[in-house]
Ligand binder design. Structure first.
Ligand code: SDX
Length: 427
């Protein structure tokens, strides 16, 4: 691999260094481009543009590979648990037994959320979308934790990690409880992290929540599969907001808002709604595949396609198997799973999808499992956020520790050139 790339503009040649990552990804380092050439690059959606170097997650879209800190997603999903993977993503190594126990206990020190936060959630109508409430409550946590964390102070950063992991989970369940007119539950420090999610979601004062280990294990695996995904839209949002040295809660809140979009994390809700529409309209899968191919129809096959994966999303493969297992274990026979399988089969045999390398992504099957667990569809993207939280924290911490500059892209102006002010009588 050559060490430099040559660019020629108006007969003049410019050399730029080439950098190669540990997985042989090649990048042209253009930090001096504008000062040397007067030109910038432009790349809507950053399809060809790297924003940073990172040691956290590697994915290969052509080969369908996903690794967290070098460990394959397949091994982590099978052998680790969510807090263990969270620790790995944030601190860089799989925790020893004592480290993991300490991490879980230190999270438990922060599981009480200031009671005044309830005044904020009370201001929302029951109909408010949980993602909007979660973004607001996450940002509101800053009001009760005003001291900005110094990421270079290891203890401060560790405490902020534990505090964020604890309080985000609690307020995430509050978004559901509020919408249902149910009392807000507290974390139970005698129980596990994922167990507490289900208990805070569904336990009512009149009877204790009945745990189903199959559900807890499946949810733990789903959170692992969602935990990080390099520089996706919401993670890039967390990094760019954090690059202004905005606090961790404010940066995570921005990530929640970015994830909400139906082209991103909101797709898991949109997939379920699409499958329900197909089911309610007689299950004619072919009709919807045709709609998805029709350029004059804004309908897209939700849960299909990916900016990076041009092969199977490895997470979708694992989740598809988990959907079979969980529904069998729960004795749930969901016609939407049959529709999803048929939709996948028809699409993957269709030239339009094949030529565009459109495969099921992480959102295609996850909603089927959430539905079987009794999670309401409006909460699906909240679950994505809970899974993605350690990734957001890890990426924010890496960006700050690397001392990255404030994110401020350039543009190419295509508006009016200079023109004199037009008096109102002449407009
Ligand atoms: C996530 O980035 C990440 O890592 C995200 C994520 C993560 O873990 O953080 O993996 C999570 O967001 C997964 C994606 C969830 N979104 C959806 O399922 C929504 C449906 N998918 C699409 O909207 C789309 O595939 C995107 C947004 C995911 C990717 O869009 P791109 O990379 O900008 O691709 P594109 O829109 O340029 O599409 C290329 C072609 C176009 O056709 P042509 O113009 O070439 O004729 O493929 C077509 C598109 O019309 N296309 C689809 C399609 N997705 C792309 N056509 C029908 N149905 C689809 N789903």
């Amino acid at each position: 691999m050559s060490k430099t790339a040559t660019l020629e503009i108006d007969g003049k040649k410019y050399e730029f260094p080439i950098i190669v990552g540990t997985e042989n990804e090649v990048a042209i380092e253009i930090g001096t481009l504008r000062s040397a050439t007067g030109a910038i690059t432009i790349d809507p959606g950053y399809k060809n543009t790297g924003s940073c170097k990172s040691e956290i997650t590697f994915l290969d879209g052509e080969e369908g590979i996903l690794r967290y800190r070098g460990y394959s997603i397949e091994e982590l999903a099978e052998k680790a648990d969510f807090l263990e993977v969270s620790y790995l993503l944030i601190f860089g190594e799989l925790p020893k037994k004592a480290e993991l126990e300490k991490f879980e206990n230190d999270i438990r020190k922060h599981t009480l959320v200031n009671e005044e936060m309830k005044n904020i959630i009370d201001g929302f109508p029951k109909t408010a979308h949980p993602m909007g409430v979660l973004a607001a409550l996450t940002s509101a946590l800053t009001a009760f934790n005003p001291k900005p964390v110094n990421p270079n102070n290891e203890k401060e950063m560790y405490d902020a990690v534990c505090k964020t992991m604890a309080k985000f989970l609690v307020i995430a369940t509050w978004t559901y409880r509020k919408s249902m007119g149910l009392p807000l539950n507290y974390y139970d420090n005698t129980k596990g992290y994922v167990e507490n999610f289900m208990r805070m979601m569904f336990e009512v004062p009149t009877q204790p929540y009945k745990f189903d280990k199959k559900v807890i294990d499946a949810l733990d695996k789903l959170f692992i599969l969602h935990a990080d995904h390099e520089q996706n839209c919401s993670t890039s949002t967390v990094r760019i907001v954090g690059s202004s040295h905005a606090g961790l809660f404010a940066s995570i809140s921005a990530g929640v808002s970015a994830l909400w979009g139906p082209l991103h994390g909101g797709a898991n809700q949109a997939v379920l709604e699409m499958l329900e529409e197909i089911h309610n309209n007689g299950g004619d899968v072919a009709k919807y595949v045709l709609k998805a191919k029709d350029k004059d129809d804004s309908f897209r096959l939700m849960g299909f396609g990916h900016r990076v994966y041009k092969n199977f999303d490895p997470r979708a493969t694992i989740i598809k198997q988990a959907a079979n297992d969980v529904l069998d274990a729960l004795g749930v026979d969901d016609p939407l799973l049959d529709i999803a399988r048929e939709l996948e089969k028809v699409a993957l045999e269709d030239e339009y999808f094949k030529t565009r390398n459109l495969y099921p992504n992480v959102d295609f099957y996850s909603g089927i499992i959430y539905r079987a667990m009794g999670i309401p569809v409006g909460m699906f993207t909240v679950l994505f956020a809970i899974g993605r939280l350690p990734g957001w924290i890890a990426q924010w911490k890496e960006m700050r520790l690397n001392g990255e500059p404030i994110g401020r892209p350039r543009q190419v102006y295509t508006g009016h050139t200079l023109r004199p002010f037009t008096e109102e009588k002449n407009r």
